[in-house]
Design a protein around this ligand. Structure first.
Ligand SMILES: [Ca+2]
Ligand SMILES: [Ca+2]
Length: 318
């Protein structure tokens, strides 16, 4: 009797093991397949997002001359203490994504703004533009602001910091997008175009004439925007032509390290919280090569004007 029961028991155990193994294999298979499915869906979603972002970038570039600067880290400031500007010490900075204008703002665009506004005052005390300066390339004729003959496509100069800020506010209202002046960090990252050197193309000074209107080739005059080579991001005249207002209060004094650079926050630095002067960057058509570098920093009172200080806006999606 016993001899017959023994094989039946072992058969049952085998069946149970087989059933459990099959269920485990089925479950494992299900997990693997659903994981592959999920990964494929994620990849598809990223692909769609990237395609949409590319489409958006093309629209922004074609419609508003904006170039996207991807989020990420860069090294800000000069490697060495230099006598030309307090751009030391070099420090790491992380910036969120932003868009920046391919060109300096022109007299023609600035006239569009002034004509919509109907006056060249930012407030009762702050002018947008030093219209009475004979160097100003914009004039008022029969209540209309127009560029002086032949200067439509030249960068606007004689513009105050307030005038640059007001233009960005107007552009935001016109387009429904969020325009403002760049921070110094945004300006410098855009200027470098991924290059750690003195200029956007590296250290070879003889190449500067291809990228910049500066003392050696400008005749001490500004020139139409976009006339030289763009940097690696596709931005024109970051070195020279007109220097460009930034949003930051000024920190620094000649021959000294920049105090703000020593304690600058790592993420999206906005500059000192208060001050007397505003920063402008990039050098201009009368500056020597060394003063047209990616790190050159200067300052002026927010109501100060010069034919050689203009600006370009940035735009952020958030
Ligand atoms: Ca410039
Ligand atoms: Ca002036």
């Amino acid at each position: 009797m016993n001899e017959q029961v023994q094989p039946k028991k072992s058969n049952n155990v085998t069946i149970v093991i087989l059933v459990i193994s099959s269920i485990t294999i089925l479950l494992l298979g299900y997990c693997i397949i659903s994981n592959i499915k999920k990964n494929n869906e994620k990849r598809k979603e990223i692909k769609i997002q990237n395609a949409e972002a590319r489409k958006r970038d093309i629209i922004f570039e074609n419609k508003y001359n904006l170039i996207r600067i991807p989020a990420g880290e860069f090294k800000m400031g000069s490697r060495f203490r230099e006598s030309v500007s307090p751009s030391y010490p070099r420090h790491k900075v992380y910036l969120d994504e932003y868009y920046i204008s391919k060109y300096e703002v022109t007299n023609k665009k600035y006239c569009d703004f002034l004509n919509k506004r109907g006056k060249h005052k930012a407030s009762s005390t702050h002018p947008c533009l030093d219209l009475n300066d004979r160097d100003c390339l914009i004039k008022k004729l029969d209540d209309r602001y127009i560029p002086k003959l032949g200067y439509d496509n030249y960068p606007v100069g004689e513009v105050t910091w307030y005038g640059a800020v007001e233009y960005c506010k107007w552009l935001s209202e016109e387009t429904g997008l969020n325009f403002r002046l760049p921070t110094e960090a945004e300006w410098e990252k855009a200027c470098r175009g991924g290059n750690d050197g003195r200029w956007c193309f590296g250290e070879n000074e003889s190449l500067l004439k291809d990228y910049s209107w500066y003392s050696a080739n400008s005749g001490r005059k500004t020139h139409p925007v976009g006339g030289k080579k763009p940097n690696a991001f596709g931005l024109y005249d970051m070195h020279g032509n007109v220097a460009e207002w930034c949003s930051d209060w000024w920190s620094g004094s000649e021959f000294m390290p920049c105090i703000y650079y020593i304690k600058s926050p790592y993420r999206n630095p906005q500059g000192p919280s208060s001050g007397r002067l505003r920063t402008f960057r990039g050098g201009h058509c009368c500056n020597y090569a060394i003063s047209n570098s990616s790190t050159i920093r200067r300052s002026n009172g927010p109501c100060g004007t010069s034919p050689y200080i203009g600006f370009r806006p940035v735009m952020t999606l958030r």
